[in-house]
Design a protein around this ligand. Structure first.
Ligand SMILES: NC(=O)c1ccc[n+]([C@@H]2O[C@H](COP(=O)([O-])OP(=O)(O)OC[C@H]3O[C@@H](n4cnc5c(N)ncnc54)[C@H](OP(=O)(O)O)[C@@H]3O)[C@@H](O)[C@H]2O)c1
Length: 237
């Protein structure tokens, strides 16, 4: 029996990942606000401490099962609010950092706690971004959170080296994907996101990849027998 635990599997890349792992025999547990699947758990990651309690409660019964393989994917994310740092309302700043960073950490930490003692193949995947590696004007919070999470995974990977039953912890840059996130980028005002034309061109020139193709690449990476703990992979097709 194989288990996938994923955040943000209601649509976009996360939905494609749920389908990809399900067709390969995985039992799925998915966390999102709209929670559309029979295997979904309803959660709002903008409320980080509350959501950690929901995650812990949902995962506890699963840790009593002996899984031959466990994959954890931290995938939920948002760009909102797009715009210059000094124009962002305080509450929206906190919500963004909770969704993209704090709740992501707590999601990973809860999963590690529940499954650290399990035997078998265990993989922890953080869906990262090019925004973890450099700045984009208008995306300061998203850039900060993605960079922080990548480095969190780097540290967790070193900690896992010291464990008797370690997870393999990796970051994956998914590339540009044809999802609602890209649609919201294209709707941004140029004063909020000066690079908006480049992203409109990417859609028009067919550069955005279908989420199903990216999910297949991520599945192939996570299933590699020689996967490297701590590495940043790219789902480049
Ligand atoms: N699209 C791209 O080109 C691209 C490029 C690089 C990296 N990425 C990364 O890939 C991942 C998936 O992005 P996507 O393009 O698939 O985005 P998307 O279509 O906008 O989906 C985002 C997912 O996150 C969930 N989510 C957002 N806010 C939430 C909240 N407050 N509480 C719980 N769940 C929440 C959404 O579920 P609900 O709305 O149901 O809550 C949804 O399932 C993200 O980490 C993103 O940063 C995307």
């Amino acid at each position: 029996m194989k288990l996938l635990i994923i955040s943000g599997g209601s649509k976009g890349l996360g939905l494609a990942l749920c389908n990809q792992y399900q067709k390969n025999g995985f039992t799925i547990v998915e966390f999102s606000r709209t929670a559309p699947h029979p295997f979904s758990v309803s959660i709002d990651l903008s409320s980080s401490v509350d959501s950690a309690t929901v995650i812990a409660t949902a995962l506890a019964p699963l840790s009593a099962v002996q899984w031959q393989e466990i994959v954890i994917i931290n995938n939920a994310g948002t760009l909102n609010p797009i715009g210059p740092a000094a124009k962002k309302p305080r509450g929206a700043v906190v919500d963004n950092i909770n969704i993209n960073f704090t709740s992501g950490l707590l999601f990973i930490i809860e999963a590690l706690k529940q499954f650290q003692g399990h035997s078998g193949k265990k993989t922890l995947v953080n869906i990262s971004s090019g925004a973890a590696l450099g700045g984009y004007p208008g995306w300061s919070l998203y850039c900060a959170a993605k960079a922080g999470l990548e480095n969190f995974i780097a540290a967790v990977a070193l900690e896992q080296d010291l464990q008797a039953k370690p997870f393999t912890a990796i970051n994956i840059g998914p590339g540009v994907i044809d999802t609602d996130m890209q649609a919201s980028i294209r709707k941004a005002k140029v004063e909020d996101f000066p690079a908006v034309e480049r992203f409109i061109d990417r859609k028009e020139s067919g550069e955005l990849r279908p989420p199903e193709k990216v999910a297949a690449d991520i599945f192939a990476i996570s299933e590699q027998s020689n996967i490297e703990n701590g590495r940043r992979y790219d789902a480049a097709g």
